[in-house]
Design a protein around this ligand. Sequence first.
Ligand SMILES: Nc1ncnc2c1ncn2[C@@H]1O[C@H](COP(=O)(O)OP(=O)(O)OP(=O)(O)O)[C@@H](O)[C@H]1O
Ligand SMILES: C[C@@](O)(CCO)CC(=O)[O-]
Length: 897
Amino acid sequence: MTNKLTFDFAATSVGDLPTPEPDSPYRPRRPYRFSTLCATVENPSLKDQYGSSSVPIYQTATFKGVGGEYDYTRSGNPTRSHLEHHVAKISSAVHGFSVSSGMAALDTILRLLKPGDAIIAGDDLYGGTNRLLAYLRTHAGITVHHVDTTKPDTIIPLLKTENNIAMVLLESPTNPLLKIVDIATIAKEVKERVPAALIVVDNTMMSPFLQRPLEHGADVVYDSATKYLSGHHDLMAGVITCNRDDVAKQIAFIINATGNGLTPFDSFLLLRGTKTLALRLNQQSSTSMLVARYLHSLGFPTFYPGLPDHPNREIHERISNGYGAVLSFSTGSKDVSERVVAATRLWSVSVSFGCVNSLISMPCAMSHASIPAATRAARGLPEDLIRLCVGIEDSADLLDDLERALIDAGAVRRTATGLVRVQTSIGEAVQKLAEKEAAKDEIPPHEKQWVVSAPGKVILFGEHAVVYGIPALAASVSLRCYAISTPRTDNTLGVHFLDIDVGQPGGFKHEWSLSGLPWDAVPSQSSQVEGEVALNHQLLDVISSQVLADISDANARQASLAFLYLYMVLAAHSGQRPALTLAARATLPVGAGLGSSASFSVCTSSSLLLVFGRIRVPSQSLPASPSPPPASSSSSPSPKLSDALAQCTNIYAFLLEKILHGTPSGVDNSVAVFGGGLQYTKGQSGGLEAIEGFKALRFLLTDTRVPRNTRSLVAGVAERLAKDPNGVGQVLEQIREVVVRARHKLGEEGNAATVLAGLIDENHAHLVDLGVSHPSLEDVRDVTRKYGLATKLTGAGGGGCAVTLVPDDFSESSLSSVIATLKEKGYVPYLTEVGGPGLGILIAQGTSVLPLTPPEPATPEIESDGESGAQTVTLFAQKSKPELGSWIGSLGDWAYV
Ligand SMILES: Nc1ncnc2c1ncn2[C@@H]1O[C@H](COP(=O)(O)OP(=O)(O)OP(=O)(O)O)[C@@H](O)[C@H]1O
Ligand SMILES: C[C@@](O)(CCO)CC(=O)[O-]
């Protein structure tokens, strides 16, 4: 069968197709401009027999005869041919194709690949693109590397290390964050290194009117023509354009073979829509600029390439002719954003964009919902982001409607001097500052010293049951883990775990040469966030057997494994292997049921995410804030870290908890990140709920000092459940009831202590039934019961810690005598405050707190380029436990989640 879909344009120059011959050498005609080309549908090789001024619809499946121009509409149809010729003309292309949707266009293009090929794609992609790429990865043996395509430098290392890059998939501006990708530079760099790789561009956001990537080095361009090309949201279509004859031939083959060519009627509608493309998009773009300026002036972080401070704006201006009609902004709160979207009337709530009517949406809940929440968070897509797709309505009406919605939703309020944005989150302001600082800060994050901290936790109700989906009630405690990561220059990774006793002073220290680590065992998929957050057991085994074989202490081994695993995965993603030492130290007892593993996991993951630039905080001083005492404080006035940063850290901390714990529920790491009091339900979206009631209560924690292991205690319960599903299932349900009643009580005003005490006893009895108590814990219960106090085990049990509720009216003298009795018996009681801050990051180191002369020379094992960095690490190791928290708090300005 002959290919009817490809045109032979050799005889005619595309650009001046409808331009009449110059009538005189002295009055030459210039090629027509874009809107003229758009409005003029001419195809000299397909003249209509009746001279119809509108292209007719050839609504037929077959054509009579043999050897004619057309035989079967799947292979070619005159209405479609007219459309394809027209699209090619306005796209500076030799070949044009039209298919049944934008995704069908991408699918057609991706079929050019073979199993074993790899694609480099962006990390801020349309959800549907992401979904199709994920499908090909699992079903077609295609490797996908998601990188930040706004930085051409992230692509080069992959071109060097991977020998199978067959396609680079770009989109500019990206959707929905409107990030700018330098298509021209990337195309040039890729072509120089891997000439066979195809540069493919999704041009939907711009349309050929505003951007023609074939003019900038792209090989294949596609558009979801459902958007601007058609303009009316009354059809689905995709178009593909290219200049290479070999590629065009394959595309024509695929379209014919799969039968996804556009129907005659839709081809007619699309051709009709295309005629007004320039007119519509001109109007839409100019209103978009007004809307973007309006939102920006109110102080909302607004993403639109037309705004003066939009990153890479000059690149956009080099490769395109306008800024388009999609913009996004964030209110700082998901709730507020939801209210804004619900309150608009002229802006319709709808997915998609590009039609004559204005649309509003929340990408995380709509167009990008198919991207897992974890991936969205890791890619920095704010859950509160609102996307606006501007139509052709009167701009004053659109602004008026938006303003009303912002006021109704509480995002702005009227004052005597005009509208003022209501600050929903100072975290967002800090994040904005961070981004600005990071952009102008010439010290890369891996060359900086990072100091972080995270709290331990007490589970008041629901431990163990929480692993099976039952809610647990937990709160942060004032005991914390602290970590300092210090850059070094000797191609070595070091750890210094000061609390892990391996029989030598100063805890456990170890170093590994970076070049000696088993890099071959890191799968290339780990350069994708999905790959990173799924635990790779093979990599764990290789690290354990090849790198950690000489470490016999189990605690040291597990902690080192967690650290090395995350380091290697993040290094694989970034293509960098920065040398550093991580020092960790806690005021928490390790392995006693107070979430030491989770606070260590949060400290380790946040340190490494900071080093690799995956999370960012302001690097210079922020507005002065009194340093919050990190050892305790429930009302810290310090700046807040953003929700996106917290979520991203929590995802990776959970991964490390899996390494340390086996099958954690996620409650411990969530408390360590978010702090405060929480109700946590595993695996549920929205399974994290803040509880205020905790803060009013006082607790006594008692470390029995009986060593135990969370991993084996959790495994023990799983075994019991497998053996006796009904009996153990019933106990779990009884725990659920206790949790529900306790949650109710914690939410109430007034004296809840008596009811809670009863529930504490009840919950402990159920934990005894699960087999996780210990004689030492029963002994602590006996001591406290004599004083009328209720106690239960907390955490995994089997020894470790007990928690005792101390009512407000409990006398100080009785409390002193309970504490004395417990101490006499060899236990370690801690009176703790609950509900303090979660993850903290030192954002600006002060100098005054560092002594002019360090008491000792810097420890040789912990190297640092900066002198003060080495001093900090030395003092970190030397401070006594009681002074550690306040000393570290005084190092400078801290920001907390
Ligand atoms: N300060 C620390 N430094 C290094 N590693 C630590 C530190 N704290 C905890 N860990 C790691 O966490 C492990 C202890 O985890 P485990 O889950 O048994 O105790 P826990 O978290 O205190 O108890 P629970 O999970 O019941 O609250 C240690 O073996 C060690 O690998
Ligand atoms: C025993 C357990 O419920 C609490 C450990 O602190 C395990 C978990 O939830 O991960």
